[in-house]
Every structure is written in C-alpha cells, then in structure tokens.
Design a protein around this ligand. Sequence first.
Ligand code: SAH
Length: 256
Amino acid sequence: MLNIIKNKFDQYFLKDKNLAKKIVKNLSFQNYDTIVEIGPGLGILTKYLLNNYNNNVFLIEIDKKLISFLRKNFSISKNRIIHKDFLKWNPEEIQLHNFAIIGNFPYNISSKILFHILKYNQYIQECIGMFQKEVVKRIISDKGNKNYGILSVLIQTFYDVKYLFTVNKKVFSPMPNVKSAVFSLKKKKDILYCNKNLLFQCVKIAFNQRRKKLKNSLQLFHHLPNFYKIPFLNKRAEELSVKEFLQLTKEIEIRK
Ligand code: SAH
C-alpha cells in the first residue's frame, strides 16, 4: 500500500544516459519542428532534447515537485514547462498543430495515453515512446496474433508502427516489475478515409466479443439497409486486418 501511495504517478526514472540518448536519436524530424515530452521526470531525456532542439521543446509533467526541479535545473523558458496531466492537455491550448511526442511514459495509464494521442492524431506526426513491453506488443500486432486488439487496429490506422528495442528493468530506479520496450509511430501518408468515431465504435464493439462472428457482434447495425451484404461479416474481429476494418466502417457509413 505504501508503495502505491509513494508512486502514485508511476515514476520509474531511467538511469542509463546512453539509452536516453539512443531513444532521443530516434526522432526523425520529418514534417515537424516541435517536440512535446510527456512525463520528463528528472529530465534524463530532456537533457538530450534540449542540447539539440532547445527552442522547440515543450515539457508536460503532472508532479509539482518535478516541475520545480525542472524549472531550476534546465534552461528552458518557464512557460514551456507545463504543469499538467497529459490526459487533460489539448495541443490547441498552445497553438500546436504539428509536432512529435516523446516519453518514457507512465505505464499505469498506457492505454489512456494512446487514446489521447489518437484523439489529436491530426496534429501528431510522430511518437517515440517507452511502455511496458506487453503494451508495445499490442500496438504492433497483426491480425491473427493473440495480442491483436482495439489499440493495434486504431493506432495502425493512423500510424506506421515499429518495435525499436527491449529495455531491461535494471536501467530504472526504482526497478519496475515488468520489461519495457521502445516503439515508434510515424503518421501514415495515405489513410483510407472513413468516419473516425464510427471506426472507433466498430472496432470496440467487434473486439469486445472477439470470438463472435462480426454479423453477431455488430448487432447494433442490423437494421441498416442491406446489412448482410457487407463483406467480412463471417469473420471474427481478430481475423480482420486494419485495412478491412476501415473498409467495414465505410460499408456501414454508406448505409447510415
Ligand atoms: N521520463 C523520465 C520519467 C519517467 S517516469 C525518465 O525517463 O526518467 C514517468 C513520468 O511521467 C514521471 O515523471 C511522472 O511524474 C510523469 N507522469 C505520470 N502521469 C502523468 C500524466 N498524467 N501527465 C504527465 N506526466 C505524468
């Protein structure tokens, strides 16, 4: 219990400077010039970001104590060190319309962070991040894989995903219980257009009953004209590729 209270912001600080450098080096700087770091903590990644891209870095940190530490120890203008819960942050607040995200993220809110990235995907060109290895596996999985699910489909709709490398527990203080992994998301050039809200709805409904055939799990849409002519209805969510999910959504969209 004590541990939970002590670590309410899920703080596992990276100790290995070379690893921090290696993570930052993965930023491509293609199509954006601003970087937002989520959960900078004591600033091990921040240091390398500022060395190279000082004028274009924003930090978002939830812990007040760390905010004071960062303001004291890093030469970056005060209004670029933002004391905020990332999940409540809207990039429009600071007129950011084109940027990349980097972070050794708090793992306890991994899915929420990914959904928040998806919410503002039109502005986010790239993301280099670290999560618990299991979560990274979910993001990069393809159809047929047991880790393939809602997040795989939604993230891969908008981003090309890559597993970069695995990170040992020992490079953190305190040491977490799980292995970590670094991944990258790069905005796709051609996204098959379909209604975003409807896509989210279809994917969530389909995977909530992942073993059922789509014609059964998508009951909500049975009343639509020619529903049974929609392709893929005899498949299960876990058998449908990302592209097929987009096609499915379009088929539902045109019938609405
Ligand atoms: N990047 C640092 C710290 C990683 S630990 C390093 O690599 O050492 C995760 C960090 O995320 C902590 O600093 C924690 O305070 C911060 N954090 C946790 N929840 C957050 C949230 N909702 N919004 C912003 N920062 C958060």
